[in-house]
Design a binder for this molecule. Structure first.
Ligand code: UD1
Length: 407
């Protein structure tokens, strides 16, 4: 079983350059299905989820080529209309985006056993609601729009990143105008909009709505935005170990709610010239409540809660995925004291010791890595492939900060 060994207890310091965002890269990769022309995507991280996405497209006839470092050329001209291989689809949550893109291009898509981190129920009713609003019918596991999609108002009753992405992928190829109400505004959604515009799509934002005028699309080009979740994780590694870590390549504005929680806890936060630095000690408990952007990102909840526990404790409310606390049990094997309460948790100030633990999901696993870096002695994190899904060159990057870490 893949594992990571960490000898912790030493302060980390230095600067990490973050990679392109996983959550932004995957929608862009699947958006290439919308056109028969070549698309180029830059700053793509070489992480497992990207490799699986490319394997899915290749298995359906797309041509995929890595050009210079981090740059991908994808041509889906010869892509076949067929259900993609189940074993790939079920290992990747972002394969839901293939559904929207195929429906946009071919007027037909397949509902499959979509995978991804299993920290909470992850329904797709809103994705299907969007497809139906645009005129598609659901027959068993087929979604069909034989005469093409038609623009419509898609009134979401809550904010969903995945459903917004899929609504966009369908609406850009629908006939006429679509209004997506209550649309997500995460940087990765904005990144997709930039890419779709480069393909010729007409998309504008009106308050919390997106207005889309459907059309044929040409090949497009865009760079993947820097990964704010990866950036946040490395910044927290400084606080976990009593060091000071800087990150470059991600936008401090994207991390505003995260950085303000750290400031409120007493950390020293500096943003200057494209570089973010976090240092110092927390003097107050971390109080955080996750919410859609620009709220506190659910993908930084486990890592930030852990840092709270290493200092003065954390009070966490998880409004996006109320069950996203599986990592607490593994941390309790390293000495964490906590209590769960409804969709929240209290993490008490705890001194962690080295241990052997299992990473059950991507961000919970990242919290285990931070815990191992903070604890004196040797820790082993099993199931590390869950973490490699979202962190490019994690060993090299932590080693460059002075960590003793290897596979
Ligand atoms: C979520 C995060 C996103 C992050 C991604 C990867 C939010 C709002 N979304 O996106 O920032 O990058 O995880 O970890 O922070 N829901 C439904 N029905 C649906 C779809 C979603 O009820 O059809 C619910 C979910 O259960 C959840 C909420 O809507 O409670 C938001 O989910 P959604 O944004 O769709 O999740 P992801 O797209 O996975």
């Amino acid at each position: 079983m893949e594992k990571l060994t960490v000898r912790g207890g030493r302060p980390l310091g230095g600067t990490v350059r973050v990679s392109g965002s996983k959550n932004a890269a995957l929608p862009l990769i699947f958006a290439t299905v919308l056109t028969e022309s070549v698309c180029v995507i830059e700053n793509v991280p070489r992480i497992r989820d990207v490799e699986i996405s490319l394997e899915i497209l290749s298995s359906m006839g797309a041509q995929v080529r890595w050009e210079k470092r981090g740059s991908l050329a994808i041509c889906t001209e010869n892509m076949r209309l067929a259900a993609p291989p189940e074993h790939l689809v079920c290992s990747l949550r972002a394969s839901t985006y293939l559904m929207g893109a195929m429906l946009g291009r071919f007027g037909r898509a397949y509902v499959q056993n979509f995978g991804g981190c299993n920290f909470s129920p992850r329904p797709i009713d809103m994705h299907l609601f969007a497809a139906k609003a645009l005129g598609a019918d659901l027959e068993n596991n087929d979604i069909l729009a034989p005469h093409g999609l038609r623009g419509a108002v898609i009134a979401f009753d809550k904010v969903s990143v995945g459903a917004t992405v899929n609504a966009l992928l369908m609406a850009v190829r629908a006939e006429g105008r679509t209004v997506i109400e209550n649309a997500a505004a995460e940087p990765h959604v904005e990144n997709l909009i930039v890419f779709l515009r480069s393909m010729g799509a007409a998309i504008s934002r009106l308050g919390s709505a997106l207005v889309v005028d459907g059309s044929a699309l040409r090949g497009g080009r865009a760079a993947v935005v820097g990964d704010m979740i990866e950036g946040g994780t490395y910044l927290l590694s400084g606080l976990a170990t009593g060091g000071a870590v800087s990150v470059e390549g991600c936008d401090a504005v994207h991390l505003s709610s995260f950085l303000s929680i750290l400031r409120r806890g007493g950390a020293f936060v500096k943003t200057e010239g494209g570089r973010i630095t976090v240092s110092g000690r927390l003097i107050a408990p971390i109080m955080l409540k996750t919410a859609p952007y620009p709220g506190f990102p659910t993908d930084l909840q486990p890592q930030t809660a852990l840092i709270g526990a290493l200092h003065n404790g954390a009070v966490v409310t998880e409004t996006v995925f109320p069950g996203r606390f599986g990592y607490l049990e593994a941390l309790s094997d390293m000495g964490l004291s906590y209590v769960r309460s409804g969709s929240g948790a209290y993490l008490f100030p705890s001194r962690l010791y080295a241990g052997s633990v299992m990473a059950e999901d991507l961000r919970g696993g990242a919290a285990l890595v931070l815990a191992a870096l903070s604890a004196e002695g040797e820790s082993v994190i099993y199931g590390i492939s869950a973490v490699l899904r979202g962190y490019e060159n994690i060993v090299e990057k932590f080693s460059s900060l002075g960590a003793n870490i290897n596979f």
